[in-house]
Design a protein around this ligand. Structure first.
Ligand SMILES: Cc1cc2nc3c(=O)[nH]c(=O)nc-3n(C[C@H](O)[C@H](O)[C@H](O)COP(=O)(O)OP(=O)(O)OC[C@H]3O[C@@H](n4cnc5c(N)ncnc54)[C@H](O)[C@@H]3O)c2cc1C
Length: 565
């Protein structure tokens, strides 16, 4: 018996066109290796290749291929040659008759055959098992970790490939990335039937996503992707006590408190839970984390906490409308469907403003990124990268990306960072020799054919321009709420932030729809039972702690509202 046990899904595949021999080989294999390996048998080269492709798609491993040489249509050597394209690390044995030994010897060169065995081999203990044992030990000695995560095959410089990776990363879905021009990427495409002859003929539609169950998605949208990687997109009920719109820290907090306090709660997030905080590489000023916490970690904990209390989370669903119908509130999705609720908490935060300069739009996702896009960080290894923005978010990104990049240049229009960035971050940045801060500087053009190659920078005091080599540009230039869908229903200030409580009376649009004889509660909008929290709220403090605190407070106010219904 082989000395080391393999992963349970590791396969030994045997192919022989003679059903009797095929069964006998499988029986001998099962007897000795059935506890550690899955023994799979096929009766033709084509059907065996089909099985291998399925195994590949599912992320299973194949340790050993045993093929009879004399098979019609595709002989054993031809089969092994093609099988090795799918599982290049598998060890191989060719079963031959005495007359075929020349072919077997040739095969050692053609397909890097490990062994040929003359049939019959009785007793297997002497002639078969020692060979198989040896090959399995060799296979186990190499690194063959099972790939059970989602796999993405795409172009390095394609905007949709970037978005898909970002979506998976921010939703903390484990995935492995394969560039289409690498051999393993090509092998996966062939297995997925997207590039049947391995020439790249059918790869125009990328990325191709292979889910852990082997399902293949071609250029999926976010909702399709979410469905296939196990994120919920459809509500379980038609009516809830509380619908929370937006899954940043504010929404996650509302969801935790709502569900833990007995409200039937659903959270709706259009992209990925965590919101802006989810993009932060290290939040250092959140209470209780003296060593800082990454946005991804904080989000993961909050999401699990919400689920533990029974809150439902819908991902990749955008809310596009809010309607009132008596005491019910109707939250309408972008696809026209809707869910009803007794109360609604708006926690839709803000989004980064777009940088306006020639070339930026075309190169977005191809070297130009909004926010940290941390999944791109590794690709910055040893490169020159630039960050636009002078706030804490830009500073954190600079510190984080300096671990990978050769140089990081922060571009700010102001004369210094002091007015916009926390003191502790300015000090951290000053201690990192590979980070440079260029003040009074702006990007006036981005250049590149397939991806960003250069930037034109302008010194705003002298007007002089300079071209610099740039591998990536990360943009952090202030943010705005995306609340147009609330127009005519929920009152907002001139910049689109939602007015709540006392702010509704000061310089606001008239308080529409208010029918109650009490004043709106502190975080309540002009629509009774609809609350706004976190960054989307007018005059809010743009901090994780305040977003989380407002989530807890809003749930308390929801209870107060429901009691008086
Ligand atoms: C890189 C970075 C670093 C930061 N670092 C710090 C820090 O160190 N300390 C600190 O205190 N703060 C920090 N901040 C600020 C902090 O992250 C925000 O104040 C906080 O995330 C606000 O939370 P929120 O839930 O109100 O909004 P967001 O975090 O903006 O979340 C809003 C969510 O709502 C979703 N959404 C929007 N519209 C819809 C819709 N129509 N339908 C469904 N979903 C929708 C969005 O996709 C998003 O996920 C940082 C921000 C960034 C970007």
């Amino acid at each position: 018996m082989s000395e080391t046990a393999a992963a349970p899904r590791t396969v030994i595949l045997t192919v022989d066109d003679d059903p009797g021999v095929s069964r006998a080989v499988a029986r001998d294999l099962r007897r000795r290796y059935g506890g550690d390996y899955r023994i799979v048998r096929a009766e033709s080269g084509e059907s065996a290749l089909e099985v291998l492709r399925e195994l590949k798609l599912r992320g299973d491993l194949v340790a050993l291929l045993i093929a009879d040489h004399r098979m019609p249509e595709m002989n054993g050597v031809q089969f092994l040659e093609r099988a090795m394209e799918v599982f290049p690390g598998a060890r191989s044995i060719l079963l031959t008759a005495y007359a075929d030994t020349d072919a077997a010897i040739d095969a050692i060169n053609i397909v890097d055959l490990d062994h040929y065995l003359l049939k019959p081999w009785d007793p297997p203990e002497e002639k078969f098992y020692p060979v198989v044992d040896n090959l399995l030990d060799l296979w186990l000695a190499a690194d063959h970790r099972a790939v059970l995560e989602t796999r993405v095959v795409g172009h390095r410089w394609s905007a949709r490939s970037t978005e898909v990776r970002e979506f998976l990363a921010r939703n903390q879905v484990p995935y492995r990335w394969y560039a289409v021009d690498e051999p393993e990427g090509r092998r996966l495409l062939v297995s997925a039937g997207r590039d049947p002859d391995g020439t790249g003929a059918d790869v125009a539609r990328l990325p191709v996503v292979i889910a852990p169950d082997g399902g293949v998605l071609v250029e999926p949208d976010d909702q399709e992707l979410a469905d296939h990687v196990g994120l919920r997109t459809t509500p379980a009920d038609a009516f809830y006590d509380l619908v929370v719109v937006g899954g940043g820290p504010a929404g996650l907090s509302a969801s935790v408190y709502g569900a833990s306090e007995g409200l039937r709660t659903v959270l709706v997030e259009r992209l990925a839970t965590g919101g802006q905080a989810g993009q932060s590489s290290r939040i250092e000023n959140y209470l209780g984390f003296p060593d800082g916490v990454s946005g991804a970690q904080l989000t993961d904990r909050a999401r699990r906490q919400a689920a533990k209390f029974g809150a439902e989370t819908l991902t990749a669903r955008e809310v596009a409308g809010l309607e009132t119908c008596g005491s019910s509130r109707l939250v309408r999705f972008a696809d026209g469907s809707a869910i009803g609720a007794q109360s609604v908490i708006l926690a839709t935060g803000v989004e980064y403003r777009r940088l306006q300069a020639p070339g930026i739009e075309e190169l977005t996702g191809k070297g130009v990124y909004y926010g940290s896009s941390l999944s791109e960080a590794v690709g910055c290894d040893g490169r020159h990268i630039f960050i636009v923005g002078g706030a804490n978010s830009a500073g954190q990104a600079a510190v984080y990306l300096s671990r990978f990049a050769k140089s990081v240049t922060i571009l700010v229009r102001a004369e210094s960072l002091t007015a916009s960035m926390s003191h502790y971050l300015i000090q951290q940045i000053a201690r990192i020799p590979t980070i440079t801060v260029r003040t009074r500087t702006q990007v006036v053009q981005a250049h590149g054919e397939e991806h960003l190659e250069r930037l034109t920078l302008q010194d705003s005091s002298t007007g002089e321009t300079e071209d610099v080599d740039a591998h990536a540009l990360f943009v952090f230039i202030g943010a705005a709420p995306t609340t147009d869908w609330l127009a005519g229903v929920v009152a907002r200030d001139a910049r689109g932030f939602v007015l709540t409580g006392p702010d509704l009376g000061v310089g606001a649009e008239p308080v529409k729809g208010w029918t109650l004889d009490r004043q709106p509660y502190l975080l309540e909008t002009n629509v009774p039972g609809v609350f706004a929290i976190g960054d989307v709220r007018s005059e809010s403090t743009k901090r994780v702690a305040s977003a989380v605190g407002e989530g807890a407070m809003a749930v308390m106010l929801v209870h107060r509202y429901l009691e008086k219904l």
